[in-house]
Design a protein around this ligand. Structure first.
Ligand code: AFP
Length: 335
């Protein structure tokens, strides 16, 4: 296969417009997001020369020290998502409040939620990091422009995606009609379709969890991991492998590529905060992608995309990936 055999992002999205009616305004917005991701990729890969791999003196609303590239990535999303007049508001992991781009939010307008640079504690280690985004279309005009107005459940998403800055730069997107992966081609700068119709295998022998938190785990999670560790002689009857990259985008991409289950569950240490990962711009978009690829995404006994948000930077437990494993974990949570 040569690069000529691969559809460009524009060619693929116009084909989706004809095939399933993806709106052209959404295509324009996605092209702008792809430009932001292309630029972020370049900024990361030249960060060592620009001296931007380190931390700033600031902390974000999460109470985390901001990396210089967190700010650079956020600026890229802010700039490139403001081009189309249909984007009414932006919600960023790096910003305390909603950024309103219009003085009225009309029916049909888009709200864009994003984590501009997830996994940024890996930057100085040259380990893959990513950007995550989610798009909701307003069904009716908003009576007022408040943070509460954008607290919309993940089931309302019309689009979600991520960019993975790894050995190559991937862009993975769903518009509700399956999941498709693109790879950035140096030189032309195009994102070319390289992984059409990505699907999560229903079964797996690989799980991902930060095992250093074992002493905090609740019983269902402890039971699940223990049974995996028992391997062939245990109740699962097969050997399991473990992976932990500490970069959710890389974990999700691995699961989309070869199956697996990713757990960042509620535990006794993070229960007061509701979990570790943020609902609106991490858990919900990844849940949409995983479900569109035939996997499942749960908070542990309930579907992530059914969670009714109560605050902008709300955290939730995340268990997602191969359907068989998520079902088993949900069963253990319900027992
Ligand atoms: P950072 O963005 O602070 O690096 O956090 C990354 C993350 O939100 C998610 O991408 C990882 O899966 C998870 O945190 C890693 O958490 P641990 O630091 O507990 O391994």
């Amino acid at each position: 296969m040569t690069t000529e055999d691969h559809l460009t992002f524009r060619q693929f999205m116009l084909r989706e417009h004809r095939r399933v009616g993806v709106p052209k305004d959404l295509i324009f917005l996605l092209e702008d997001i792809a430009t932001a991701c292309r630029t972020i990729s370049h900024k990361i890969r030249s960060g060592a020369f620009a001296g931007t791999l380190g931390a700033t003196d600031d902390t974000n609303v999460q109470g985390e020290t901001q990396k210089e590239l967190d700010v650079i990535a956020n600026d890229q999303f802010m700039m490139h998502c403001a081009n189309t007049s249909r984007v009414a508001a932006l919600v960023s992991e790096e910003l305390d409040n909603v950024v309103w781009l219009k003085d009225k939010a009309e029916a049909g307008d888009y709200i864009v939620y994003f984590d501009p640079l997830d996994g940024s504690s890996n930057l100085e280690l040259n380990i893959s990091v990513g950007s995550i985004f989610s798009i909701v279309e307003l069904k009716e005009a908003l009576p007022e422009l408040t943070d509460e107005a954008v607290l919309i459940a993940g089931s309302e998403q019309i689009c979600a995606g991520y960019s993975l800055y790894g050995p190559s730069t991937s862009l993975v997107i769903t518009t509700g009609h399956g999941v498709n992966g693109f790879t950035h081609l140096n030189g032309s700068g195009e994102f070319l379709l390289t992984f059409p119709d990505m699907t999560v295998p229903a079964t797996t022998q690989e799980y991902a969890i930060n095992a250093s938190r074992q002493k905090y785990w609740e019983a269902p999670v402890a039971r699940y991991v223990d049974e995996c560790l028992q391997g062939k002689d245990g109740p699962r009857g097969k050997k399991f492998n473990m992976r932990w990259v500490a970069s959710m985008v890389a974990e999700v991409h691995r699961i989309l590529t070869r199956g697996g289950v990713f757990l960042y569950p509620r535990d006794s240490d993070n229960a007061a905060m509701g979990g570790r990962l943020r609902l609106l711009y991490e858990a919900s978009p990844m849940a949409f992608i995983i479900e569109q690829a035939g996997g499942k995404a749960s908070v542990g006994g309930a579907r992530i995309m059914d969670v009714a948000p109560t605050e902008l930077h709300q955290r939730v437990p995340v268990i997602l990936g191969s359907a068989e494993e998520v079902d088993l974990l949900d069963q253990y949570h319900s027992e």
